[in-house]
Design a protein around this ligand. Structure first.
Ligand SMILES: N[C@@H](CCC(=O)N[C@@H](CS)C(=O)NCC(=O)O)C(=O)O
Length: 432
């Protein structure tokens, strides 16, 4: 501990010997980042080597790194056991190397409650300041460089299943005793030092999150429209109440024709009597009106431009082949199959191993494309096109999206789409 360099002051090789591969990996890949995070965030810590010994939040985080790796690659039961006694495990690690005085300090740290579920995904450079009384639930995601004070809870409302817990954007500061419940995102660099509750059920007006009945929002839509689904998802993400009006596309309402005289298409979002046309523009408009709840566009300008690029790609490349897949037959349908598979290949490669298209956060590109998933079964049946086995990553992504309440509510049943399209082909288009 008297060494001038951090690397030399931490006996990494001895610890590796003691705790074999898992711990060795975690220490090598994460420890310096975490330590850097503590130094950068916690300006009051003058002697940084003390951080290693006395900050219980730091200890708990290290324990979580090990538990998370075990959860993903090793025995899950051991990961859960580590979760329950996280401080004592770190105590054991440090026990091998430090003096009796340090051990006493660590013993005290072991009595504070920090419950981080091993599956929770936590970025680098995190500070759990005064780490005590924290709960971080299973599906929580915490971006890089986040600071969390004592008493913070990231949990579920109890009414949702699957992906049900908060997502914290990069660089955010979560104040003491803050409770965030439900699958809602806190924007990057959001800062508050005051504790309050953010819930998906009871919303806090200071966050501009209360249900917005007074906003007079009407959505002209058609249930099977993948474009309408985008706007429905965005409104649901923001927890905005609106009036849904189903359109008969073979007999469009005067309101639709008046509100979208250029394209005469759904969806049309009507806000305080004024129309917003084109689904991707609607999604961005909704995000701008309620930026604090589940941000849809990234805060970084470059990332935002990228998201817009891919949403635009989806719009430009899918419309023609997707329509031809269900409304044509013969050569035109065959050409559409080739074109659409190329689009899927491109999107599959852009998604890669990311959780969502934009990384950890659900965003514009996910919203732009997920509605098409409810039509895959129709494309497969009607156009004899094989999609599901060819694109396992896209399928896994779709399942992740469907765990979100907003997506699950907006997407119709695939069989219902197939039945409706098959009937339309027979009755209206005269194709068997
Ligand atoms: N680019 C538009 C596409 C909207 C669109 O194609 N809507 C279709 C329903 S899925 C429609 O209204 N069709 C009626 C028509 O073409 O007459 C958007 O993203 O909003």
């Amino acid at each position: 501990m008297r060494s001038n360099s951090l690397e030399n002051s931490f006996p990494i090789t001895v610890v590796e010997e003691c705790f074999a591969e898992t711990l060795g990996f975690v220490l090598e890949t994460q420890l310096l980042d975490i330590f850097y995070g503590v130094m950068m965030h916690d300006k009051e810590t003058e002697h940084h080597e003390e951080t290693l010994i006395v900050l219980q939040g730091y200890h708990a985080l290290q324990g979580h790194r090990v538990a998370h790796k075990l959860w993903n690659e090793g025995p899950k039961l051991l990961a859960l056991a580590l979760q329950s006694r996280i401080s004592e495990v770190v105590l054991a690690i440090i026990h091998c190397h430090f003096s009796a005085q340090c051990l006493i300090l660590l013993w005290f740290s072991s009595v504070f409650g920090i419950d981080i579920y091993p599956a929770a995904r936590i970025g680098e450079g995190i500070l759990l300041d005064h780490g005590t009384g924290m709960v971080i639930g299973e599906t929580s995601v915490i971006g890089n460089s986040v600071s969390i004070l004592h008493g913070v809870t990231l949990g579920g409302t109890g009414n949702e299943t699957g992906d049900r817990q908060p997502k914290i954007g990069e660089g955010a500061l979560l104040g003491a005793c803050l409770t965030i419940l439900g699958n809602i995102s806190i924007g990057a660099h959001y800062r508050t030092k005051v504790g309050y509750n953010i819930q998906t059920l009871k919303r806090c007006s200071r966050f501009n999150m209360e249900l917005k009945m007074e906003e007079e929002i009407i959505l002209l839509d058609y249930w099977a429209s993948m474009y309408g689904m985008r706007t429905r998802i965005a409104l649901e993400e923001k927890k905005v109440k609106y009036e849904y009006r189903e359109e008969d596309l073979s007999n469009k309402s005067p309101l639709l024709l008046q509100m979208n005289p250029i394209h005469k298409k759904i969806p049309v979002l009507i806000h305080k009597g004024k129309p917003i046309c084109e689904s991707i523009i609607q999604v961005q408009y909704i995000d701008e009106l309620w930026p604090d709840t589940n941000p849809i566009l990234p805060s970084d300008p470059y990332q935002r431009a990228q998201a817009r690029f891919w949403a635009d790609y989806i719009d430009k490349k899918t419309y023609v082949p997707c329509k031809a897949l269900w409304s044509e037959s013969g050569e035109k349908q065959e050409a559409a199959k080739i074109e659409f598979i190329e689009v899927l290949k491109t999107l599959d490669s852009e998604l890669g191993d990311k959780y969502y298209f934009g990384g950890n956060e659900f965003g514009l590109v996910d919203i732009a494309f997920i509605g098409f998933y409810s039509w895959f079964r129709t494309y497969e049946e009607v156009a004899n096109l094989s999609i599901v086995p060819q694109f396992p990553k896209l399928m896994a992504w779709a399942q992740r999206c469907l765990k979100r309440e907003s997506v699950a509510k907006a997407l119709p049943d695939s069989d219902k789409v197939l039945k409706s399209v098959s009937d339309h082909r027979k009755i209206i288009l005269g194709i068997d």
